[in-house]
Design a protein around this ligand. Structure first.
Ligand code: GLV
Length: 315
């Protein structure tokens, strides 16, 4: 039966217009509402059937009574799993986009450590000729906690430097490009042998706090932790102690339980910590738009959506 245009609410706090410009749909099949504030979103919430969004205020969701599909512009869907999203609503994310960005971030910071980039620049500023031997990545073990599609992109980049790559998944089954895969039950064995641990797990009730004191104590004192998943995957108080007392060598942190990281937070000042403001896996309209447009065509044709999230599993 022919029906009227599908009401699509596009919400993004800073880049709504950029996303809106790239929406493509058959003529007259959608009515697009663009919002960058809560008030603008509220105007069209009741009629929205599709929500295309990043950073949506979750508490508004119960008022979206006609909602059937949410397309996330980002990688992580945790805020939609804890928000009161009615059970029948489909949730899709943007697969394939974030791996290259996050591989670049992770390897970039590994190189910052091994090449001592900060010390080199300081020596230069002081006009001091100070040779040193860089640490080697070749032959070292990079452990990826959460060896999904993003983790596999990081594995490829690490192998280009001759690193050995290990991973943890729920099943512990083989993953292409990963030398050894551990199941979640073998987390400590995995941590004990890694020189670098990159955390890219989704945040779910099962993974919250998965890295706590026993896990940090299992790591090598020479190892670095890179968290680009979610802050709450790591118990923050234990991490601060681990860094202060040098159970581990250092941490590169892009995500925090509370963001923005408050100015008085102790992590800012630790010498063996790099704090970055949640930038490891950026969403860009140019990359996300083709995914949304393809899914929108599928939605309008009643076909299976791509990048569907298993809401029970949490990713
Ligand atoms: C960012 O963290 C995202 O989930 O896309």
């Amino acid at each position: 039966m022919p029906r009227g245009p599908v009401s699509v609410l596009l919400y993004h706090p800073d880049a709504a217009a950029d996303y809106a410009r790239l929406v493509r749909a058959p003529r007259d099949r959608i009515r697009l509402h663009v919002a960058s504030t809560r008030e603008e979103a509220e105007l069209h919430l009741a009629e929205a059937e599709v929500l295309y969004t990043w950073g949506f205020p979750g508490e508004l969701l119960p008022r979206a009574k006609r909602l059937r599909w949410v397309q996330i512009m980002g990688a992580g869907v945790d805020r939609f799993l804890t928000a009161p999203l009615p059970p029948g609503v489909k949730l899709t994310r943007a697969p394939g986009v974030f791996g290259p960005w996050m591989a670049q971030y992770a390897l970039g910071w590994l190189l910052w450590v091994t090449q001592r980039m900060e010390a080199v620049r300081q020596a230069q500023q002081a006009r001091r000729w100070a040779p040193f031997n860089a640490d080697r990545l070749h032959g070292r073990t990079l452990g990826i906690l959460g060896a999904g599609s993003i983790g596999r992109a990081i594995a490829r980049a690490a192998r280009a430097f001759g690193m050995r790559v290990t991973g943890v998944t729920r099943s512990g089954r083989r993953v292409a490009g990963v030398d050894r895969v551990y199941g979640r039950g073998a987390l400590r064995a995995f941590l004990r042998e890694a020189d670098w641990v990159v955390v890219v797990l989704p945040l779910t009730p099962e993974t919250r706090g998965i890295i706590g004191e026993p896990e940090l104590r299992a790591m090598k004192p020479s190892a670095w932790l890179v968290n680009i998943g979610r802050g709450a995957l790591v118990e923050e108080a234990a991490l601060i102690r681990a860094l202060q007392e040098r159970w581990i060598a250092g941490a590169i942190l892009d995500v925090f339980p509370k963001e923005p990281l408050p100015p008085e937070h102790p992590l800012w000042a630790l010498p063996n910590v790099v704090v970055t403001p949640h930038i490891a896996g950026p969403s860009t309209p140019e990359e996300i738009a083709p995914i949304f447009n393809a899914n929108l065509r599928r939605y309008l044709a009643d076909r299976r959506l791509l990048g569907l999230v298993d809401r029970r599993r949490g990713y």
